[in-house]
Design a protein around this ligand. Sequence first.
Ligand SMILES: [Zn+2]
Ligand SMILES: [Zn+2]
Length: 295
Amino acid sequence: MTKLLLLAGFAAAMVSAQNQPLLGENAVKVSDNVWAIMGFPNIGIIVGNRATLVVDTGLGSRNGATAARVAAKLAPGNQKLFLTTTHFHPEHAAGAGGFPAGTILIRDSVQQQEMEQHGQEMVEMFASRSAQQKELLADASLRTPDITFDTELKLDLGGVTARLLWFGGAHTKGDELTFVEPDRTLISGDVVQNKVVPNIFREGGTPSSWLAVLDKVMALNALHVLPDHSAPGDGSMVAQEKGFISDLQHSALELKTRGISAEDAARQLGAEFKTKYPDWPNMNVAGFVRSIYSE
Ligand SMILES: [Zn+2]
Ligand SMILES: [Zn+2]
């Protein structure tokens, strides 16, 4: 399949699935050993000769079961199933209960701390958003991980290695990245997105810590990037993310120095950046400008 066709397929899958809380049964190929269910959020599936790793669960057990079923179809012979989560928010982590018994759940310890402090509260918040989300989360169980790690855990899946990485706070404190070798595919969560204005959730990271994380991500030299809430792309997405955050930080701090309020700065920069980044679908920078002002 040509790259163009592949990208067109992604785009079509994205449009229909991006905000739909029920995951579909189809996976698209991202690289030699990496597949994705495009949805809310995109689920990464890394298939080795011996074991499979799923990254993120979908919202609630029903979606978790779908992700596990798709993973099993991709590698029917693999006996071992690992699961990890990009961060503690419910559409990424609250579907663990749908995975078969014996699934080995792994996440970084900072993320697990956030889960213990705010996981249940987030499930309730998401459940209050619609009748469908309430139903999907009714049986959500916040399973305790089998393994936690501090900064890196290497998983040998048989011919493929997944490096689970914690580089610091960005969208949340515990943002986890997965780097697949030899594919050089980065499963980036919210840390690197495709033309999506970044968002720091509550007391997650700071704009500067996000940039520091991106410096470490740059050093991985990724060839493919699978983000959680936008379309996959190539390694240039990392530099694009870093460029956007640096640009916004620089511009906002300049206005702050001139005594302009965060609200006015957000209005002004929202309009300016819309022209500067014309192919970004949404340019609501108010939240991130507030984060820059308060750092
Ligand atoms: Zn999130
Ligand atoms: Zn999310």
